[in-house]
Design a protein around this ligand. Structure first.
Ligand SMILES: [Fe+2]
Length: 378
């Protein structure tokens, strides 16, 4: 059953295509019209050092008043705190992020939480009210997967409290998203696979989510088709311009979809599993995806059938088989045995999986059913 009422909250401006990074300076000028542009740049070292990154930096020129390079994966709260201190010291009036999901999530949280007087730890714990404004943010993704340039949430890790989870606010939707596939050409195969399979998971989970609408489902279905067709080609040949472009486009469309619809049990389980086993998010999703898609099928067969037929396939089972085959081709194992999943961590996963994603899954999954799945994967 699709939702009858919904609200759409997207970036005000979205640039897509190879070379679109060249729009960044003008986009910042328009965003801060009438003010001096004082950007705090948060960037991944690899992306900033690339020819495309250097061209971006040259184009921004004196607009950049402060910079932090390099963010840990699974960004810890104290790195958000450091960014806030740096952007305040630079008197920045906007934030520009260039990087993968960790960089973008850190920048989104810093731009927002810098507008309050509390600590990041206090906001994360929910012990004080969150700020009601944010610094405007421009986001340039350098991987094709997380969709963080579109979404209203940031995944952060409280190292002291042993918790990795998403914080969410409409204020964290970037005002400007610039999706330039040129940044993805030099990605190594493993990152291409992990981020691309994360994008596919997000698109598929959005398509069958209890929060789906006609609006989100149209975007999600197209994203699934683009990613299933082009991700194997981008993985085989990273220099394939059309494959890189279509994968980036599929990732962006999937993000436009799931930012409205929410996700499902793969993402619900991937956060605690990835945290406890120290695995990359996309990789964790990719291991889980075929298992949970098969589990969900009885609750969403009709919708998956329509999607499969739109791609010229025989039905829902063929779509599932193609997803399984793609994860195998991209060298994702079928379980977490080698990653060290044992019954010792089942309790932790069960206790920490009840997020909004889990509640949007089309087939409810009880604690016992989560344990049964984990047994199968260990
Ligand atoms: Fe994801």
């Amino acid at each position: 059953m699709l939702k009858d009422t919904y609200v759409v909250n997207f970036p005000q401006v979205l640039h897509f295509g190879c070379g679109s990074r060249r729009q960044a300076a003008a986009a910042a000028d328009r965003l801060l019209a009438g003010q001096e542009v004082r950007l705090f740049l948060l960037a991944s070292r690899r992306a900033l050092a690339s020819p495309a990154g250097q061209e971006l930096l040259d184009g921004l020129g004196a607009r950049v008043v402060g910079c932090k390079c390099g963010i840990s994966s699974d960004p810890p709260l104290d790195e958000v705190e450091e960014c806030i201190a740096s952007l305040r010291a630079a008197s920045a009036n906007a934030v520009l992020c260039l990087g993968g999901g960790s960089v973008l999530d850190t920048g989104k949280a810093a731009a927002w939480l810098s507008q309050g007087s509390g600590s990041v730890q206090e906001y994360f714990a929910g012990s004080i009210p969150v700020p009601e404004t944010t610094l405007p943010l421009l986001a340039l993704p350098t991987t094709a997967g997380t969709g963080a340039e579109i979404t209203p949430n940031a995944v952060l890790t409280d190292a002291a409290g042993g918790q990795k989870r998403s914080i969410r606010s409409g204020l964290m939707v970037p005002r400007v998203a610039i999706c330039d596939p040129d940044f993805t050409f030099s990605l190594p195969r493993r990152i291409t696979a992990d981020s691309g399979l994360d994008a596919l998971t997000q698109a598929l989970e959005s398509y069958i989510s209890l929060g789906a609408s006609e609006y989100s489902r149209g975007l999600a279905g197209r994203a699934v088709a683009l990613l299933l067709q082009w991700l194997p080609l981008a993985w085989e040949d990273g220099a394939n311009r059309e494959a890189r472009t279509r994968v980036a486009e599929g990732s962006m469309l999937g993000a436009l979809a799931f930012s409205q619809s929410s996700l499902g049990a793969v993402h619900g389980l991937a956060h605690p599993l990835g945290h406890i086993l120290h695995l990359a998010h996309g990789y964790t999703c990719a291991v889980l995806l075929p298992h949970i898609l098969a589990w969900n099928l009885p609750a969403c067969r009709e919708a998956v059938q329509v999607l499969a037929e739109s791609m010229g396939w025989s039905g829902a089972e063929e779509l599932l088989q193609r997803v399984q085959a793609l994860t195998q081709q991209l060298q994702v194992p079928g379980n977490f045995r080698a990653a060290g999943l044992t019954p010792a961590v089942f309790d932790y996963v069960v206790k920490n999986c009840r997020s909004g994603s889990m509640r949007s899954n089309p087939r409810p999954m009880s604690d016992d059913e989560v344990v049964t799945l984990l047994q199968k994967l260990s």
